[in-house]
Each structure stands twice: as structure tokens, then as C-alpha cells.
Write a protein that binds this ligand. Sequence first.
Ligand SMILES: Cc1cc2nc3c(=O)[nH]c(=O)nc-3n(C[C@H](O)[C@H](O)[C@H](O)COP(=O)(O)OP(=O)(O)OC[C@H]3O[C@@H](n4cnc5c(N)ncnc54)[C@H](O)[C@@H]3O)c2cc1C
Length: 558
Amino acid sequence: MLVISLLFLASGASAARYPPHCVAGDPCWPADVSWARLNSTLHGRLVRSLPPAAPCHIPNYDEVACAAVKANWASASWRARQPGAYQDTAWENGDEPCYVDGPQNATCRQGLVPYYTAVVLSVEDIQAAVIFAKDNHLRTRIKGASHDFLGKSSGKGSFGIQTIHMKGITFKDSFVPTACNVPAQKAVSVAAGELFSDLYKATDARGVTIVGGGCTSVGAAGGWALGGGHSHLTPLYGLGVDNILQFSVVTADGRARVVNQCQNPDLFWALRGGGGGFAVVTSVTYKTHPAIESTNIVLVSFRATPELFTSALSKYLGFQTKAADAGFFTSSVILPSAGMVLGAYVLSNSDDSAASTNSTFDPLFQFAAEHPNQVTVTTTAMALKSQLSVVHQIVPEGMPQGTISIWGSRLFPRSAFEGDEKNQKLAKFLSTATMPDSSIVLMIMGGKVNEVAPSATAVNPSWRTMFGHIMIERKWSSDTNISDRNAIRKDLTQKTQELAQFVPDMGAYMNEADAGEPEWQKTFWGDNYPRLLAIKSKYDPSGVLTCRKCVGDDIFGS
Ligand SMILES: Cc1cc2nc3c(=O)[nH]c(=O)nc-3n(C[C@H](O)[C@H](O)[C@H](O)COP(=O)(O)OP(=O)(O)OC[C@H]3O[C@@H](n4cnc5c(N)ncnc54)[C@H](O)[C@@H]3O)c2cc1C
């Protein structure tokens, strides 16, 4: 409480200055005539947004539309295009579930889906939407590819700004940030609605590489870029934010601005890791890197009997430092109840043959040989050129969405994986940290990400000493009642806090974290939070662009 009060003072903000946002149903909610005027300004692209399963239930039942919803329910790109759909149904439903498999006569309510959504195509559209939101003090949400794990792009009774239809990928051979006197470099400008799938196709065709996300349905210029953005290329080139040269944005006052190290440098710092809520981004310009001629990938399947799983996992955790020293980025899914770890190991720019790369894995083979009939390890090695084909080995193409999966996480320093005792303790915790249907994700990156100064961008300074990123999952299904769901959420928060005990000085990656994180300001941004809050207060003094667990949520509300 004291910390929050000090932050209020630091930013010049006070609780009294920030009345709650106006939400659908409130007397202050704009009259129909005002919405009609906005719709006209947007050339008819103001949508009365509903949860995606609405056509399958009263009062909006429509047989044909419902069949289309059922056919597309698990499609990430379909979900991104729907004004009211999210990749994770937890963030469309809230306490008012509306599932496609529920009975037709179950009433489908609004849930967390914005009541109206402005489907924007241009800077002018965004300016109109932002000014309308500001004038009416609306709870505003920005929705791109709708992957956010904290549900930042939805909110009860809110007004949505959907950017997914803003397309454009432009390569520049000699890009100089506007008004800067710095050497030109190769770059690519990416519009707010582009997905990594299309960006990778374009960079592959152009013969260049970019630092981009592992899942190709994530937005290439949205939440990923604003929150940090890790990649299989992070060990070589750092985070996404370390590769951003410029943003084009609309700020909360409705002004279109160019933001880089020379113009609005404070906002440039905040946008690179501060998460959402500072401005609506219309495009991001990234450095490009030379094409990677060969990437060696090793897919590992490591299995152990239930009695041996914890020691096998301890061995696997200890092996991560060896893999990193050999230059690998690693991403592993740990499934304790199945006694299995599935890993994707990525070695960029390798001259090694697939076979010699494979020899790095000898410690795992040796462990299996020492435990015949109890531990098995298999590896599949391949050499790939296209970046799109590399990322599809890390996160399979067409991964189904429209399910529910929440996560809690922590960043880990290298020292946490050094020493048998530490690995045994962590393995013991991880072996029981999930439910039978859930998983743990372990990523190892290090390298270049540790070479950038902690103050260079707004990401949690823990990123600059991190080596591993561990995420714990919890799930529920469409027939879980609200009280059981709340218990699952509480349990995830509890387990995440237990995970935090292993690394009390580290934080979490705000894009892949627990929405119930108690000290979220410190955990997501560490010592950068007060500076971020001051910048938020400067560019958005009345809290127009708010979102759940974003900078200023504790002052402006969300
Ligand atoms: C399947 C999956 C795979 C993932 N893989 C990775 C990965 O490999 N690496 C990684 O680092 N992260 C990964 N993530 C996490 C991802 O970075 C975050 O979920 C991120 O918020 C997604 O951004 P989005 O634009 O797709 O989501 P959205 O839900 O559309 O947006 C999230 C928030 O970002 C902000 N935002 C989005 N667009 C704009 C805009 N144009 N202007 C201003 N603010 C905007 C808003 O605050 C918005 O609420 C993954 C997530 C999922 C679900």
C-alpha cells in the first residue's frame, strides 16, 4: 500500500483524479446517436462485438452462423479476425461462460468481450476511436492477434480497437530513424495487424532474418513487441525489443507520432518492454539480419518411469547448461504425469553436420544407458534454412486455440541450473507442480540477451541476467464451474509463488505470466516501474489506454 501511495506521488496522480471508466450499462455510456456518429466516421466499421459462440445460443441463435463458428473454433487466424474472439476462451468469458459446446438454450452473455469494437484500417480511424474513448472516458482495449495470456485485450463493458486488419510489410535497405543522425541499416516496417506467419514468409523470400516469436499466429507488431518478445534467435540477437528501431503510434491525445531514439525517446524506451497502454502502435520497424544459411534442429524425446522421473528431470535440467554452451536455444515441454520431456533444440548458423550436433546429447544417452528399461531418449536431427520452417519445429503449425490454459512463470539465472543439489530440488518441485492434464515449459536462451544494458529498454532488468524461463500451466474445461475455476486460478498463483522462491531476486516475463501475480508491478518490471508510470502519466494523463496488469492499472484502473 505504501509503495502504491509513493507511486501516486511520484507521478503526480491521485485516486480522486481518476474516476472509474465508463462501461456499457453505466448512465455515462454514450448515447446511441454518439455511437452512430462514430460508426459513420469509421465508414461503418463500428461493430457490436459478441462472444464468438453467441450464434450457437439464445438470444442470438443462428444455425448457419453457428456451424461456421464450430468449424473455425480452434483456428487461431479466425479467432484473431473476430472482434469478440480470443485465443484463450478464459478471456472472452470471464464469469459469464459462452462455449460452443453448451446447450442452445443456455443464454450467452457478453462476458469480457468489448461491447463495441472499432475495426480500424488507418491512422485516422485510430485517431477517431481514441478521441471518442478519451471524450467519453471509456474502458478501452486494443486487440491485435488476441494471444495475450493476461487477458489484456478484453474487459467487461469495454470499447475495443481491433488492429488486425492493418496490414503491410515494407523492407528498407538503408533505414535511418526519422530525425536521427545515425548510420543507415537494413530494416523492415511491419503494420500493427501482421502475424509472424506472414512476416516470416516475407523475410524468407527476401533472404533476411528477424528476431520473431516461436508461434506464427502471434502478432508481429502487437503485444509480443511491446512486452519484450523472445525468440529462438534471442541467444544471437537479443529480445524483439533490442531489435526495434522505430514505432509509429497514436497517443492518447489522438496525435500520430514517430517514436525512436531521437524523437520522443522516453516513449521509445517505455514501448520497448513496458507492455500495452502507452499508445496505439500502427507500425514497428525492426532491424533485419542476414539470412541464416543453416539451422540445426534436434527434437528430443526423453522418457522415464514414474519412480525415476524426478532424477531423470534433474539430469535434464543439469544438461541445459551444456546445451547452451554448445550454442543451442532450447524449448522443452515437461509432462510429469506422462513421465516425458519433449524438447526442441535450435542451433543457428551451424557449420556442424546434424550428426555431430546430435553428439551434444551424449549425457542424456549415457543416463538412459545407465538405466535400461527405465529411461529412453530418442533424437531426430535436421538442418533447415527457412526461418518459417525452423519455428514450425518449435511450435507446430496450426496449434489449436479456443481452449483454456493459464500460466505462471519466473526467469532463472544460469546459476540456478548449476549443481546437482539445485537441479534435484527444482526437479522435485516441477514434478508435482502441475495437474495431470497440464505441462511445464522450460526455455533456455541467454547469450546476447545478457549483453544489453539493463536500463537500455523497459523490460524487467532480470532479463539481462536470465538464462532460463520456466512456465507452469493450469487448465479447465467448458464444464468447470466458476468456483472450481477460481480454485484452479488460486492454485496456479500459489504454485507460481513457490516457483519464485527458487529465484527470489528475479522477476517474470510479463507476456507469459500469472494474471493473479500479487506484486505484479515489481515482478513484471522490477526497478523500471516508477519510470514507466511517470511516462504513462505524461503521455496518457487521464488513463485512456488501460489494460489489465498494465503500467498504471493501479492508478487509472482497468
Ligand atoms: C500460443 C502462444 C505462443 C506464444 N509464443 C511466444 C513467443 O514465442 N515469444 C514471446 O515472447 N511470447 C510468446 N507468446 C506471448 C505473447 O507475446 C503475448 O501473448 C502477447 O501479448 C501477444 O500479443 P498479441 O498482439 O498477439 O495479443 P493481443 O491479445 O491482441 O494484445 C495483447 C496486448 O498487447 C497490446 N497491443 C496489441 N496490439 C497493440 C497495438 N497495435 N498497439 C498498442 N498496443 C497493442 C495491448 O495492450 C493488448 O491488450 C505466446 C503466446 C501464445 C498464446
